[in-house]
Write a protein of this length. Structure first.
Ligand code: SF4
Ligand code: FES
Ligand code: FES
Lengths: 738, 171
């Protein structure tokens, strides 16, 4: 479509641009730098800072590049006398009121204003008037404010409106008295709020827990993959003397764009909690003592062999879905070697009846970016914003783009976009889905697929159900997303069968939001009782997680888990571990619970301290290096497992690096590709539902051991609300409005 | 609209008088659906008319009634000089200090008013009679500079004596 292409010239260089594009987009693409403060490629154009003024031939005055659409034949000069004069004048105005406190400002060294002032500022100010002073506000435990530094670019305000979908900061007052504020002091509460720290071009909004703890130029920046949800956001850990000081996003347009969730940004403050396990510990005669690595591992191997006494099935292996692929694979090999098929990562799942119908390689059903191009999304059983904040963000973008988004949920969670809601209380979830299937069959004049025929019989569909299925029917790219609440539901088999029937009737596809950072990795590397790596079948299935706690084993290997918090029916899990003879626990932390139920405690590196690989929700393998030093004598999990594997006589386990383990995983997994096709059936009726929504829904800042120890996250309104703090709950209600 | 939203609207209703709500409804009806944000100014006028000034609970109620994030109402209330967010004196005095008036001696007028009433701009007299607004921008009466507005009435070509006369005539 050559009509849509215009030719312009910037500083004498001919460039092509799409009609209607803003000049700054074209120059950015061509690598021609234009200074800016308010412009941001992910936000709307405000054109209020005037820093991007450039000289355009025939224009009577300098024009803002961020708000000037290209026109054919346009000739632009970004470094002409007129352009530079205009930019310098803007800078002079901006600095009139900006404090000269760079030496005590955290932004110093990475400040857009500071950088540009070096290029465009005058050495001596011509102004002698007093500078403006603005009172700071407390906007919660995550973001520090120094509002005197604010230059009113409104990026933070636009982020609220456009990305969060809820405005909390505003421009209060006018003229010289304008301030960016919440007006009434209240915490800015959103699962993506921390991104305004990166957006703020000056030191007005900064990372509160990181405050005054390092300077940007003394830290090294190490790429990593975030470790708390199925997005696998790309991040940098900023590391000083081997410790993570803060986490910032690493741009990856197909995964996290330029954003990260607060959970991924602030979880690192849980790394250095007081209860880090720093030395291997062994329990001898009911007494805990510290041990060397060699002693501890030899004891672990000896005890395992002795306790099992050749009966592999007496062993249970419980693995966190946040473990790396390498760790998972080695655990699988150790279990194989000891003759146990009782290995599982599905800690919060309750219903395993049709696990054979689980996809070998489960995924979202499309790429993360592809979510935005879906024209209909039906989310089943998911507190989406809390489960995977950036997936919720993509779904929101789809909705803003016109997709029909519907939630079938046990509670009407707040979403800041047009959507429909079908009420599906925990004990009636199957019923609600059955009603959707009935409505879909009626609307499409098709037969209810066999698998769902019995479940959907004798159910009447209401208007809400009919409306919800109409939103799916006839769409080209409809998606049914099964969230954590659905997957943790005691009748997951029925829910999935009905979802599959609904998909078959409406032509939608099915997607799963996996738990943890590496749920998909766990599935393909064979951390499952009924499948080996790459989905290999073979032999009698072992016990799933609930099986392992309902019929207690004599020995357990526990990897990266705090049983009470991380496992469904956690108290029972703790009891099962307590009554076992041998429990080898790999953990980054030591708690009374772990001391009470383990016999050997092995300190492993936490996230950011170990190399590894995660497979995210769209099936993408992402490897990363260790960014920081493990605390104390902790070692990366793969190394510890490698040694244990050697001691237990696992063959060909002389891996020298995480990459070598990964090669092993690759060979074992083979060509498995993400595929959610379903061919399950329901053989027996599920038990009556006896769980409450509170048991199913794990609060956003309680998902894993690191997050639970991040003090700043625990002080947020979300975390306090989840713990029953009434003030916090009321606050969430106020803020979720609008 | 989800249930949460209509619950909010109800909460807003409870605070606002029937008359105010009618007034807001009348304005909302003038704009296309979903553009109820356009009615904020009119809504705040109605509320201020009844209560004298805008408290946070009142602004929140407007936000609730219009189903907007509260901060969008605070933004409007704090931007326009005709809205008061704290209690102020009965008679509102705005002396224009913009360029034309300034060149014609507005600064002296401000000083005179301040001295006469014993307050600074932005303050009210202790007896609650007068409120001298913060610096006011051009009120579009430059031909009659210097000028001031008292209770929505324009007074032009001011001199200190004229100011005395005007202010003394008020109760
Ligand atoms: S606080 Fe920062 S991001 Fe927000 S308007 Fe001020 S300078 Fe811009
Ligand atoms: S970047 Fe163009 S006006 Fe701010
Ligand atoms: S400058 Fe005072 S009315 Fe215009």
């Amino acid at each position: 479509m050559s009509d849509d292409i215009v030719k312009i010239e910037v500083n004498g260089v001919p460039l092509e641009a799409r009609k209607g594009e803003m000049l700054i987009e074209v120059t950015d693409r061509a690598g021609i730098y234009i200074p800016r403060f308010c412009y941001h490629h992910k936000l709307s154009v405000a054109a209020n800072c005037r820093m991007c003024l450039v000289d355009i031939e025939k224009a009577p005055k300098p024009m803002p590049a961020c708000a000037t659409p290209v026109a054919d034949g346009m000739k632009v000069y970004t470094r002409s006398r007129r352009a530079i004069d205009a930019q310098k004048a803007t800078m002079e105005f901006l600095l009139i009121n900006h404090p000269l406190d760079c030496p005590i400002c955290d932004q110093g060294g990475e400040c857009e204003l500071q950088d540009l002032a070096v290029g465009y500022g005058r050495d001596v100010s011509r102004y002698t008037e007093r500078k403006r002073v603005v009172k700071d506000l407390n906007i919660g435990p995550l973001i520090s404010t120094d509002m005197t530094r604010c230059i009113h670019c409104t990026r933070c305000v636009r982020f609220g409106i456009e990305i969060q979908g809820i405005q909390q900061l505003g421009t209060i007052g006018r003229g010289e008295r304008t301030v960016i504020s919440t007006y009434v002091e209240r915490a800015v509460e959103h699962e993506l709020s921390g991104n305004i720290i990166d957006l703020c071009p000056v030191g007005a909004l900064n990372n509160k827990p990181y405050r005054y703890s390092a300077r940007p130029w003394e830290m090294s920046s190490k790429p990593l993959v975030a470790a708390h949800d199925a997005v696998g956001s790309n991040i940098y850990a900023h590391v000083l003397r081997g410790r993570v000081k803060r986490v910032v996003p690493k741009r990856n347009d197909s995964i996290n764009e330029t954003w990260i969730s607060d959970r991924d940004r602030f979880s690192c403050y849980g790394l250095y909690a007081d209860d880090r396990l720093e030395k291997p510990m062994v329990k001898i005669d009911q007494q805990w003592t510290e041990a060397t690595w060699q002693e501890a591992l030899e004891l672990a191997a000896r005890e395992l062999v002795k306790t099992l006494d050749g009966e592999g099935e007496a062993l249970g292996v419980l693995v966190s879905p946040n473990a790396t692929l390498e760790e998972m694979f080695l655990l699988r090999r150790i279990a194989d070697r000891l003759g146990s098929r009782n290995i599982d990562h599905r800690l919060r799942r309750r219903d395993f009846r049709d696990q054979n119908a689980d996809p070998v390689f489960p995924w979202l059903g499309c790429s993360i970016e592809g979510l935005e191009r879906r024209d209909a999304i039906l989310v089943v059983g998911s507190n989406l914003r809390m489960e995977a904040p950036l997936i919720a963000h993509r779904v929101r973008n789809a909705a803003l783009d016109g997709a029909a988004v519907t939630f079938v949920n046990p509670a009407a969670y707040t979403y800041h976009f047009e959507h429909e809601y079908v009420d599906a209380p925990v004990e009636r979830m199957v019923h609600a889905l059955g009603a959707l299937v009935v409505a879909a069959a009626r609307e499409t004049q098709k037969q209810v697929p066999a698998v769902a025929a019995k479940l959907a019989s004798e159910i009447a569909a209401s208007d809400a159900h009919t409306s919800a299925v109409r939103r799916l029917i006839g769409k080209e790219r409809a998606l049914i997303l099964l969230g954590h609440l659905a997957q943790r539901h005691p009748q997951f088999a029925e829910i999935r069968a009905l979802a599959a029937a609904l998909a078959a009737l409406t032509g939608a596809e099915i997607g799963y939001i996996a738990e943890g950072a590496n749920g998909a990795g766990a599935a393909i590397s064979g951390v499952l009782p009924h499948r080996g790596p790459g989905g290999a079948a073979g032999g009698e299935p072992g016990l799933d997680v609930q099986g392992m706690i309902n019929s207690p084993r004599r020995a357990y290997i526990v990897f990266g888990i705090e049983p009470r918090e991380d496992i469904a029916n956690g108290e029972r899990a703790e009891q099962a571990l307590k009554s076992a003879d041998t429990v080898i626990t790999f953990s980054s932390y030591v708690t009374d619970e772990l001391l009470g139920c383990s016999t050997v405690l092995l300190p492993i590196a936490a996230f950011a301290e170990t190399p590894g690989t995660f497979v995210n929700g769209e099936g993408r393998w992402q490897s990363f290096d260790a960014a920081a030093n493990p605390v104390g004598d902790a070692r990366p999990g793969w190394r510890v497992l490698r040694v244990l594997a050697n001691l237990l006589g696992v063959e060909d386990a002389e891996y020298r690096s995480a990459e070598e383990v990964l090669d092993g995983v690759r060979r074992a997994v083979g060509e498995t590709r993400p595929d959610n096709s379903y061919s399950g059936q329901i053989e027996a009726e599920g038990d009556a539902v006896q769980v409450s929504l509170d048991e199913l829904d794990v609060p956003i800042y309680s998902v894993d051991a690191v997050v639970r120890r991040s003090e700043p996250l625990q002080r947020t309104v979300f975390a306090r609300g989840a713990k029953g703090d009434d003030d916090a709950r009321a606050e969430i209600r106020v803020q979720s409005a609008g | 609209m989800s249930d949460g939203n209509s619950a909010r609207m109800e909460a807003g209703k409870a605070v606002l008088s029937e008359h105010v709500r009618e007034e807001i409804d009348r304005w909302v009806a003038k704009f296309p659906e979903g553009r109820q944000r356009s009615a904020v100014i009119a809504a705040l006028h109605a509320v201020q008319h009844e209560h004298g000034y805008l408290t946070q609970p009142l602004m929140d109620a407007v936000a609730e009634y219009l189903n907007l994030p509260p901060v969008q109402v605070y933004e409007v209330a704090s931007f326009y000089s005709m809205f008061e967010t704290k209690p102020v004196g009965r008679h509102k005095i705005s002396v224009c200090t913009n360029i034309s008036c300034m060149l014609r001696g507005a600064d002296e007028i401000v000083e005179h008013v301040e001295r006469k009433l014993g307050i600074k701009t932005g303050e009210s007299t202790p007896d609650g009679r007068f409120y001298l607004k913060c610096e006011e921008e051009c009120l579009a009466a430059c031909v009659g500079a210097p000028m001031m507005m008292v209770d929505h009435v324009y007074y032009e070509n001011l001199t200190p004596e004229k100011v005395d006369e005007i202010l003394d005539s008020l109760d």
